[in-house]
Design a protein around this ligand. Structure first.
Ligand SMILES: [Zn+2]
Length: 143
């Protein structure tokens, strides 16, 4: 079988031997040196966005134009459920859906107004919607 040369003295070492018979050096098998692989760049965890950045990334102008109509739609659906339901459960469900929609509108108007600098009017609108939500909630709490 193939013999391995001793790394120290160059003598042939039988394959099964653990030490060089000539000099006693431990057998070091000649192995292709594993290429000093550059330390694999650890996939760095995404630096967690700071909250302002996160807010800025959520409440963008395109998102507002999606979420506000969506909020209006949800609010309308809730309103319809509220109007056409006969049961108390239906009324409550409609109310909750409606408020959720209003909340969505209000939140995006308000936050959009803050993040998109020249949208002050949306902030005011958001406050109005927020006020409406509060009034709705207040009125909806059964006495
Ligand atoms: Zn040797």
């Amino acid at each position: 079988m193939a013999e391995i040369k001793c790394a120290k003295c160059g003598a042939n070492i039988p394959e099964k031997a653990a030490f060089c018979p000539a000099c006693g050096a431990p057998k070091v098998e000649e192995q292709p040196q594993p290429k000093a692989s550059a330390p694999t760049p650890k996939s760095e965890p995404q630096p967690s966005k700071s909250i302002p950045e996160l807010i800025n990334s959520i409440f963008t102008e395109p998102n507002m134009f999606i979420m506000i109509p969506l909020g209006i739609l949800i609010a309308c659906i809730g309103g319809l459920i509220y109007l056409f339901s006969g049961s108390v459960t239906g009324l409550r469900a409609g109310m909750i859906v409606n408020v959720f929609g209003c909340l969505l509108i209000g939140m995006f108007l308000l936050m959009g107004g803050i993040t998109i600098k020249n949208y002050d009017k949306f902030v005011r609108l958001g406050m109005i919607v927020g006020g409406v939500i509060m009034v709705t909630w207040t009125l909806s709490i059964p006495a």
